[in-house]
Design a protein around this ligand. Structure first.
Ligand code: AMP
Length: 211
């Protein structure tokens, strides 16, 4: 599968979970702008220092920073799975100049389900693995199955920031579904289901979508 794909959906829709599996089983480059930014923040780079306040507030990092960060990583490559990008119309338009997009998977989920998932989410700060304390707990008490590191809760998964991220999503990112629908690229998936069901549905849709 050497397509360029975009994963769209609100926080808590399961974009990262689906992306990790799709990327590893189909040889795609998983580009999560959130993961890249968290890494930049952890390493206190110039970009990380500029991005941190926006992220802590649950707001979007300015488009020009995001676009140059993405461009640097994908130029000349194909088979990229964009996760959490684009998030604004300006980013979507910028992306058209960086890489052609073959399909956009829109993970649809209601707000209650998404908020429950975000509150129970824990991540491994070392390898990036994602867990859910209720539906996908680690084998050993809050430690990563892959590397044994103590799991953490993302600062922006705390309740007050979750609410803000949702508002930002509705205002700035939700219109992207329409944008890609008009281009005939949008694939809607009911993401209120288990990760296995969502993965199977996404694969089916991508196969059916093949020209
Ligand atoms: P995520 O891991 O995708 O939920 O992203 C975490 C945070 O990183 C977001 O709340 C934003 O502050 C920032 N971020 C990630 N991707 C983008 C993007 N494409 N545009 C602007 N900000 C972003």
């Amino acid at each position: 599968m050497k397509k360029n794909l975009v994963l769209l959906g609100p926080p808590g829709a399961g974009k990262g979970t689906l992306a990790q599996r799709l990327a590893s089983e189909h040889g795609l480059l998983h580009l999560s702008t959130g993961d890249v930014l968290r890494d930049e923040v952890a390493r206190a780079t110039a970009l990380g220092q500029r991005a941190k306040d926006y992220m802590d507030r649950g707001e979007l990092v300015p488009d020009e920073l995001i676009l140059s960060m993405v461009k640097e990583r994908v130029e000349g490559r194909s088979g990229i799975l964009f996760d959490g990008f684009p998030r604004t119309l300006a980013q979507a338009e910028g992306l058209e100049k960086i890489a052609p997009i073959d399909a956009v998977i829109f993970l649809e989920v209601d707000k209650d389900t998404a908020v429950k998932r975000l509150s129970a989410r824990r991540i491994c700060p070392k390898c990036g693995a994602v867990y859910n304390l209720v539906t996908q707990p680690p084998k050993e008490d809050e430690r990563c199955d892959r590397c044994g590191t103590k799991l953490i809760q993302r600062d922006d998964d705390k309740p007050e920031v979750i609410a803000r991220r949702f508002e930002v999503y509705m205002r700035q990112s939700a219109p992207l579904a329409r944008y890609y629908e008009e281009k005939g690229l949008l694939i809607r998936i009911d993401a209120g289901r288990s990760p296995e069901e969502v993965y199977a549905a996404a694969l089916r849709a991508l196969r059916d979508d093949r020209p």
